[in-house]
Design a protein around this ligand. Structure first.
Ligand code: SAH
Ligand code: SF4
Ligand code: F3S
Length: 439
């Protein structure tokens, strides 16, 4: 059988998509972990920031050299960059034989065949329906403990800085029955943690046999499959994180007490310009509700520094909001203008790069403080931890995460990967909690 090597960049949705691609090609290709033995290399790409695309351009140059030595090697580009730049890439990047956008993966076998007779091909059609519902992903890069299930595709929010609505197309939800079936299969195979994925999972909605399933209901259905399997989800848009959803998370022990609720900016002027459709006050009210209904909930966020027209005062408001929420973790970025997104057409990318950089550094420094503070608060507490693997730093330690998505490191004892153990926290750094197993 021919060998397929897939390299995945970008978000978890791309990781899940690569598993779908492996499944679509399974009749002809076996996944290989060794790029040198590959007959076909597929690069699943991200376009979210310019830096992500630059990295992929570099990688394609390297692969071009590899291809010179191996003329029969085929190279294909998938994902968001494929969708954004489209067929132009075939001219710009000599290494490429084919291009397939995120909704075109079913056409990969045909594209590969055409490419084999020397015809460079592409399919970047977006779809209003495609959810790859019926395809069982091949989880080829798994620890056997955690798995992702993609529950919806696309995004309708059109935040003005963002390429995703253009690269992934319109929002559509998968049927809840196929999601539950996939979750049950994972549980039968011994998985202990399932993450439900979408750009905005809170707007999940499906209607089957007269039953309307919203995200809170879906989460509940998955949580009820087994009390020993954790359920996580990403990402939530603050505009529709409902009390019903928060109550569902609170109700089930196996719904993880961790909410990733990207705020992006702390000032109302910026939020409006970003088309986030909520205010600072609304966001803080949602946070207060989460804290009230789930007192032990960890909250993480995404922040963009230096968006168009951001004043020093706007930036200070981002910092003060971060303090007010006390995030346990954050993903922080400099604004990167994307040609196809609305902001590029409407606003000037007018914050000098040094200013963006300085603001980002201040945001990162503050988050380090907040993470440390949040971790220090956990010293003395005992958490249930899912053992995920051996610590990279020390042979004598294992690591795992608690419900709040914090990493705990503890000395190896009589336990296995995939077990739940109770760990008492004794010390911490900004990134990890250290503890010992207690009975
Ligand atoms: N759907 C998710 C996020 C997808 S992109 C959500 O809405 O939360 C992940 C993160 O990348 C975003 O939350 C945002 O913080 C960041 N991001 C998106 N576009 C960006 C851009 N043009 N420049 C810098 N950061 C960006
Ligand atoms: Fe992008 Fe906004 Fe959609 Fe997230 S919600 S993917 S940031 S447009
Ligand atoms: Fe990147 Fe596309 Fe995900 S742009 S972040 S791979 S949806």
């Amino acid at each position: 059988m021919k060998k397929l090597y897939i390299e995945t960049y970008g978000c978890q949705m791309n990781v899940a998509d690569s598993e779908v691609v492996a499944s679509i090609l399974a009749d002809e290709y076996q996944i290989s972990k060794d790029i040198n033995e590959a007959d076909l290399i597929l690069i699943n790409t991200c376009s979210v920031r310019d830096h992500a695309e630059q990295r992929i351009r570099k990688r394609l140059a390297e692969l071009g050299i590899m291809k010179k030595k191996k003329p029969f090697l085929q190279i294909g580009l998938l994902g968001c960059m494929a969708e954004r730049v489209k067929e132009k890439l075939l001219n710009e990047e000599n290494a490429l034989d084919l291009i397939a956008g995120p909704d075109a993966y079913r056409s990969l076998p045909a594209l590969i065949q055409e490419a084999a007779i020397g015809k460079k091909t592409f399919n970047v059609m977006l779809s209003l329906e495609e959810t790859y519902d019926d395809i069982d992903p091949i989880r080829y890069d798994t620890n056997g403990i955690s798995a992702f299930i993609s529950i919806m595709r696309g995004c309708n929010n059109f935040c003005t800085y963002c390429v995703v609505p253009y690269t992934r197309g319109r929002e559509r939800s998968r049927s809840s029955q196929t999601i539950i079936r996939e979750a049950q299969q994972l549980i039968n195979q011994g998985y202990k943690e399932i993450t439900l994925l979408g750009q905005n999972v809170n707007s999940y909605r499906s209607e089957e046999n007269g039953e309307v399933v919203n995200f809170a209901r879906l989460l509940e259905k998955v949580a009820l499959l087994s009390p020993h399997v954790r359920v996580r989800f990403a990402t939530s848009h603050p505009k529709d994180i409902s009390d019903e959803l928060i109550a569902t998370i609170a109700k089930y022990d196996n719904c993880c007490k961790y909410i990733h609720l990207p705020v992006q900016a702390g000032s109302n002027v910026m939020l409006q310009r970003m088309n986030r459709v909520y205010t600072r006050e609304y966001y803080l009210e949602r946070i207060a509700t989460i804290k009230r209904m789930i007192p032990d909930c960890a909250i993480a966020t995404d922040i963009i520094a230096g968006f168009c027209g951001e004043t020093e005062e706007d930036h200070q408001q981002t910092l003060s909001l971060m303090r007010e929420v006390g995030y346990s973790a954050a993903y922080m970025f400099k604004y990167s203008e994307r040609e196809c997104a609305m902001a590029a057409k409407r606003f000037k990318d007018d914050i000098p790069d040094e200013v963006k950089g300085r603001r980002l550094e201040e945001i990162i420094a503050l988050q380090q403080e907040l993470s440390l503070e949040s971790n220090k608060n956990d010293i003395g507490k005992t958490f249930e931890v899912l053992v995920e693997g051996a610590s990279k730093r020390s042979e004598n330690d294992y690591f795992g995460r608690n419900s709040q998505n914090k990493v705990l490191v503890f000395p190896k004892e009589d336990c296995h990967f995939g077990d739940y153990v109770k760990v008492k926290v004794e010390s911490c750094s900004t990134a990890t909690l250290k503890g010992v197993i207690v009975k």
